[in-house]
Every structure is written in C-alpha cells, then in structure tokens.
Design a protein around this ligand. Structure first.
Ligand SMILES: NC(=O)c1ccc[n+]([C@@H]2O[C@H](COP(=O)([O-])OP(=O)(O)OC[C@H]3O[C@@H](n4cnc5c(N)ncnc54)[C@H](OP(=O)(O)O)[C@@H]3O)[C@@H](O)[C@H]2O)c1
Length: 301
C-alpha cells in the first residue's frame, strides 16, 4: 500500500510517500481503506523526536493517530459494523496516514459530515470530551477554555455549549469571530487574562480546561480558585507541581459514538482548515506544527 513514512527523526522533510506492508485488523479491530486522516500535535512531536523517551518509535514509522474511511476488514469479535460502512476513529499512535489503517475505536460517520471532517474528529473529540467529563456537570456553569480555537479547544467549546455551559474561550484575535459563532465568549490569551475573564464573567469561572500548553496553568488555577477545578490535556510539565489533573485521550468507541450523535444533530462540526493530498504530507505537517491554524489539517489519501 501507499503510505507516508519517516525513517529517522527530523523536520517535516523526513516524510516520504512509499510502498509499505498492509496492516490487518486484529481481534476487536477494523481496517479501513483510508479516505482522510488528520495531523495532530502528537504526530509532529513524535516525528521530530520531541516525544523521544515518552514514546518509542520503530522505524520506518507511518504517522497518524486518527482517520476516516470505508471498512474493508472486520476483526474477530467485532459486531455492529460491516465491510463497506463509513467510520471514523482512532488507531495506535502510528499508522493513519496510509491507504489502509487499523482502528480499535470507531463510530459511524454522521450524515452531514464530509469524510475530511470525519477524519479530523477522532482524537480531538475524545480528548476534549474526556477533559470536560473530568470537570463534572457543566450545565449552568461557566467554563474557561484556554486554546479554544485549536482542534481540541474547538471540540471542547462545542461539547460544553451543547451541555449547557457558558463558555469563555481564549484565542488570538483573528479567531474571535469564529469562536463567537460556536457560542463562546472570546478573549485573547496572555498577560491580563484574569482581568479580561473577570469582565466577561463577573460571577467568576467555575471550571477551566487547558488545551494549549502555553505555560499559563498557574494563572488558570488562580482564575478558577483551586487546582481541582482545572484539567489540562496539554501541560504535562507544570500540572504535577500545581496539583492539576492531566487527562489524555483513550481509544473509547462510546465517546466517538457520542461525537457521531452530536454531529448528526448539527451540534458538533469538525472544522477543517486545509486538505492536503498524501503526497504533500510534509507541507501539512509543517503547517500544523506552527500551531496557529484555524481548525484541523487533513490528509486526503
Ligand atoms: N493528552 C492528550 O491525549 C492530547 C490529545 C490531543 C492533543 N493534546 C495536546 O493538546 C494541545 C492542543 O492540541 P490541538 O490539537 O488542539 O492543537 P492545535 O490545533 O495546534 O491548537 C493549538 C491552539 O493553541 C492556541 N495557542 C497558541 N499559543 C497559545 C498561547 N500562548 N495561549 C493560549 N493558546 C495558545 C492556538 O491559538 P491561536 O492560533 O489563536 O494562537 C491554537 O488554536 C497540544 O499541546 C496537544 O499536544 C493532548
């Protein structure tokens, strides 16, 4: 099969498209003929070597954590899905940017989503939902999302709005209109955040989700009033000393089914910034790595 691979750590230029052995669905898994995969920060962190020590890479490696495609193999013990179904979901840390990808968590692509949108949804939705679940009941509460216009942040805003929260979201100014359309009260991140948030939420902020790893975690704790009202999916460095919970993605089909249902009723729409053909994956990584795209970078396979 055709796959993007890297044979060593390095800049996005180490990515090449070449023939690679096909994977097959094991027990509890499905294989898809990939239509779209997305680029997540973990992809370029692993490729560049920044995640060395945390995640071992077996070279040559195929980047890509999530994908959407058409099921073409159903593994032992799998029920409720058949060859030909359109699904989106999560595989391992590697393997999605290829003609065939194996998923161990998935859900049906809802009507109304393109396959590119479905390919962009898996990791960010699961991460955002798990982060918000750790913060408890959201209805009637005020939530601050740091990094609200990113892949995870956007999903968090939409989920929280659907759950009845008042959401304040931080982003650079050009993205404020976009955040407002999603139902959030936008503000800029950085110096003076506490004052800006206080102006938007005179009654205070109940809970905070950090999806930015911007070094602001101590300030977010101060804004929330205590560390137990804050969850980060991004700042693994500062969280332990501050007593902030770190939440990570898991390959959980039940959360993806929730994404599919929310998508089906128009309450969650994955935002695709730009689509690149597989042959141009190096450009896609380089753009995603800048960390300021509006929505997800998607690879069309
Ligand atoms: N724990 C897990 O399992 C897990 C899973 C997925 C992601 N993550 C982590 O979560 C983070 C977000 O991922 P993502 O996919 O959403 O990334 P992304 O799409 O690249 O978004 C990053 C966002 O951060 C914002 N940002 C940049 N500098 C900022 C600052 N100083 N303060 C506040 N916001 C800032 C950017 O907004 P502007 O463009 O407006 O500047 C951008 O919208 C990453 O660190 C990623 O590694 C963790």
């Amino acid at each position: 099969m055709r796959a993007a691979r890297f044979h060593d750590y390095g800049s996005s230029d180490v990515l090449i498209v070449e023939e690679a052995p096909e994977p097959h669905a094991g027990s509890g898994e499905v294989r898809v003929r990939t239509v779209a995969a997305s680029v997540n920060p973990i992809d370029w962190k692993v490729r560049s070597g920044a995640a060395r020590g945390m995640l071992e890479v077996e070279f040559p490696a195929i980047p890509g954590r999530d994908a959407a495609g058409i099921v073409d193999e159903v593994g032992e013990g799998v029920t409720g899905v058949a060859v030909g179904d359109e699904v989106f979901g999560l595989g391992g840390v590697f393997g999605a940017s290829a003609e065939f990808a194996v998923l161990s968590a998935w859900a049906a692509v809802p009507a109304g989503w393109t396959m590119a949108q479905a390919g962009a949804a898996g990791l960010v939705y699961v991460t955002a939902a798990r982060g918000l679940n750790a913060l408890g009941e959201l209805s009637g509460r005020t939530l601050l999302v740091e990094g609200a216009a990113g892949g995870v942040g956007t999903a968090a805003v939409e989920i929280a709005v659907a759950r009845g929260a008042t959401v304040i979201g931080t982003a650079s100014e050009p993205k404020h209109g976009f955040l407002a359309e999603l139902g959030a009260l936008p503000t800029t991140y950085g110096d003076g955040l506490a004052e800006r948030v206080a102006a938007l939420a005179p009654g205070g902020v109940d809970v905070v989700l950090d999806a930015a790893a911007s070094g602001s975690l101590a300030e977010l704790v101060a804004i929330a009033g205590s560390a137990d009202r804050v969850v980060t999916v991004a700042d693994f460095v500062n969280a332990p000393a501050l007593g902030v919970r770190v939440v990570s993605a898991e390959n959980d089909s039940s959360i993806l089914v929730e994404a599919s249902e929310l998508g089906g009723r128009g309450a969650y729409t994955p935002h695709v910034a730009e689509e690149f053909p597989l042959d141009r994956i190096a450009e896609a990584h380089a753009l995603a790595e800048k960390g300021h795209t509006l929505g997800k970078i998607v690879i069309k396979v």
